[in-house]
Design a protein around this ligand. Sequence first.
Ligand code: GLN
Length: 470
Amino acid sequence: MFPIRSLDELHLQLRAGQTSCRAVVEYHLSRIEQSRALNAFIEIWADEALARADELDARLAAGNGHMGRLFGAVLSLKDNICYAGHGVTAGSRILSGFRSLYSATAVERLLAEDAILIGRTNCDEFGMGSSNENSAYGPVRNADDPERVSGGSSGGAAVSVQTDCCLMALGSDTGGSVRQPAGFCGVWGFKPTYGRISRHGLIAYGSSFDQIGILGRHPADLAVCLDVMSGPDAFDATALPAAAPAEAQPGPQKIAYFPEAIEHEGIDAGVRALTLDYLDQLRAQGHQVEPVHFDLLDYLIPTYYVLTTAEASSNLARYDGIRYGYRGPNAANLEETYLKSRSEGFGAEVKRRILLGTYVLSSGYYDAYYGKAQQARRLIRDRLLVLFNDYELIAMPVAPGVAWRFGEKSADPVAAYLSDIYTVLANLAGVPAIAQPIGRHPENGMAVGLQWMAAPGADNWLLKNLPGAF
Ligand code: GLN
């Protein structure tokens, strides 16, 4: 009966009376218990999830009422997505004790379709990180090798799916935070087109990059979840109109890849070999897989880090020790309250980024850094989008290597930033992208993922037309 591998399978079993929502929740709770040492969850809503399961079971037994599209599906929420009456801290000490006053639009839509929320997952502080080592709650361990990182920033979300603590997990992706941990943990991770899912109730990091994303075991599950959450929202002016449904179109696809990315000096040889091998398999299946040059790769990381730190420095100005969460004790006056609250409340990485962001926005440097990076972003986006005139999909590695050992990149933040090279492109350009597990590294056995990007708005199409995925 367990594990249940997909939403369809769950619904078949529920309808046939082979399982119940209570049994499903109990199963996931037992998995959470067994994987506690990995530190994926910050809080578990066991009683609430069980009560909701009973309510859904009663409805199913009575045979009356509508069965929502996510009926009985158990999901976890990243600790930066608001759920009314529940704690939310974005992995930060500065929000300790804070409770959401309202639910994110995405969360309301999940609940309206009868999903069950089981707990909130650990993450890098405010989504800033690639290994979950920047969380106030400690790092998340990778279930495949607990001496290695889960990836980040949605590390808890990835491990919650990897260890079968839930069917799907909501994460957020500003520069790869859904796709990279998914890749490191051997699960699927999807970042929609910018604006596809309302950001209302997602704690802001870099507002022109942030998107809620979904991690799971099957692209078809992600498609249902996306459909449920997406659509316009009066609380988020950047939320797009409802997307047209897409159908699977069997037949060969036109796929581009960047030789510069796969031959990049920073890429691990095992990851390169697996990626090339997978592309060969697709060719053998009849897909048209072609190299295309993209000479802006080296500009991705600088552009991303200038713009996101700038946006973060502005977004995080609101945490002043007065209105939210942690307040530094022993402050003699207002100025000291701000100073102590922010100095003690934020972790080192967040402070580094606020300083960087404030610098690139400061008078005298604005044009040289922020203004320039805006221009670079436009150029990168334009160069990428024209490729979708000729190709349906672009394939790239998810990351240049596999999940690293704890501490390996802590001494050098730039080394960690560079590991985001393949994922930030989709956020700079606002296009949908998905990480697919394609195999295991020949030497260390860790998961390796492949990333697919598609044209803006092609989210539904992408989830239904991944070559070789089914
Ligand atoms: N690792 C990237 C960063 O630290 C991406 C994070 C994210 O997508 N939230 O900015």
